[in-house]
Design a protein around this ligand. Sequence first.
Ligand SMILES: [Zn+2]
Length: 156
Amino acid sequence: MRASIACRTCGAEHASASHKAGAGKTGCPYEGLAYFDLRAGHDRIYFGRWRKMDAGPSDIVRAYHQIGRHLRSIDRALGDKDLPAARRDLEKAADAYHSGDPGADSREAFRFMDHALSYAHRAIDDLLHEIGLPSHAPMDFAEWYDAVEVPFRDEW
Ligand SMILES: [Zn+2]
């Protein structure tokens, strides 16, 4: 497993080879994008170890806390914007998050956390659509993460 360090631009732990296509001056693929911090915040969780076959309980707990922080970041970005759809998506994300405390059944927690992340993604898309931009596509950034090394538990 490659050691990742948090990017100084976006805070996510992604590869930072500056020769890669699509990288900004800092070697960060999110640099200069609208809501880059929310995109990076989403993807660091989306491509995180907790979703991999070999994830341990500590990976799940860590991801749970990351999701909580991520939802608070989206809430701050929403501010007092008049975006009812985004607010609804964020509320659904928060509901799933609170149902998914990994202190209990970890399989159940995984499912709720996955839902929380999906709704968070929708809220980010709502913010992007408001300013006329297309949805955020995590797979466009997959090569920056260790995503391809271990299969995801998509069948859960
Ligand atoms: Zn970055």
